[in-house]
Design a protein around this ligand. Sequence first.
Ligand code: BES
Ligand code: MN
Ligand code: MN
Length: 457
Amino acid sequence: MIPREILDKIDENRTRYVEELLGFLRIPSISTYSHHAADVRRAADWVLHHLKRIGFQAKICRTERHPVVLAHSLVHPDAPTLLIYGHYDVQPPEPLEEWISPPFSPSIRDGCVYARGASDDKGQLFTYLKAMEAVLAVAGNLPINVKLLVEGEEEIGSPSLGRFLVEHRDELQCDAIAISDSSQFGQGIPAITYALRGLCYLQVDLQGPRFDLHSGSFGGLVANPVQVLAEILAGLKTLDGRVAIPGFYDDVVDLDQQEREMMDALKLDEDALKEYLGVDELTGEPGYSPFERKTARPTLDVNGIWGGFSGEGAKTIIPARAGAKVSMRLVPNQKPEKINRLFSDFVHSMTPRGIKLEITELHGATPVLIQRDHAVMKAASRAIEIGFGRTPVHVREGISIPVVNLFEELLEPESILMLGWGSPDDGTHSPNERFHLDDFHRGIRAVAALLYEMKGA
Ligand code: BES
Ligand code: MN
Ligand code: MN
């Protein structure tokens, strides 16, 4: 159990922690813009110096693009080791005119700090630093071994991380990993995420005649690629919303009864969701609730489609080409390689003679499902209760976080904790991103408590 003095220390220093966070938020560490590379580097240095100041051994590791900050504070070889992951890079802030206060001039209003990166992920990451600062200041040592990996390429898809983990595998050995980059279920309703969906993203290109043809001179002679594409896409799903690719659902692990009850109890506000989305109906696979459908069921979506003439007026042609981008979100135990193959076989079977088909795989991620009753999860639950005054709910997330796959494969930890103190309406990636200062404070308390709860776990 965490000593009372540490929680008191955190409470006493609340204002200072916020002031320090503002300094971090002022750095425009936008990883996708090459003209901000020096700022990204400055943010890495900021994290490095901060870690050194609170008592960590820390270093900067170069990658092909943006650096990784590695740090550790080790107490004893027999103590459990927690690896903490976060990112110091941020998304671009545009459109700038929609920000009430400028994205890199943090401003405090209605109990929140507004800035790009406030919630995703600088504010959340900083809770770990401040929690460990408080523990080190009061106790002199952390109760467990802690390693930190803070990257600067998350928002561009972590292109260097795979290689980095292979090269630093031994250095990063750990028992559990805490990913500080997800969110609460609702503001003030903390959550532990125990599952993520996987992803298959493909491009379909169809080629008919060599060039666009006069539809009067040649209509009736050749297959029309736009028509064929429409038929293929329509064939991918049944009218009632199931994916029609043969074998698609074969490996899906269905929700167990306890999970369904847990999700029902969470009471997703469907009316609020409809209003937010601007739709008068939520639709999808029959037999599952909207909450189940958006987190625990696999989906298929057409992301975009092109082909033929769509300019002003009319142009009488048979188009030469058509194409579409299609993504599928996968759930445990679907395998991206197998789903890619089933998709490709099915689309080939629907493509008539006279049309050339090309399928390109663009993105992939394996679904993640983490054991909910692992001792480390229970420790996290107790810690969050200390920090937030209520036990967290356990949720599946519909999104994919590819770094979690990398961690599972390369580091093989006993458990992965996906914890987040942000709220779903923090506006991450949007104008006026914010982070509730209460959540910032409660997050710091929860992290400090986690280190103690993990000691015996
Ligand atoms: N922190 C988010 C991921 C996230 C969002 C977790 C919502 C939990 C709830 C992360 O920074 C992110 O934005 N990831 C990107 C990755 C992409 C840029 C490769 C994403 O999900 O779009
Ligand atoms: Mn993030
Ligand atoms: Mn993000």
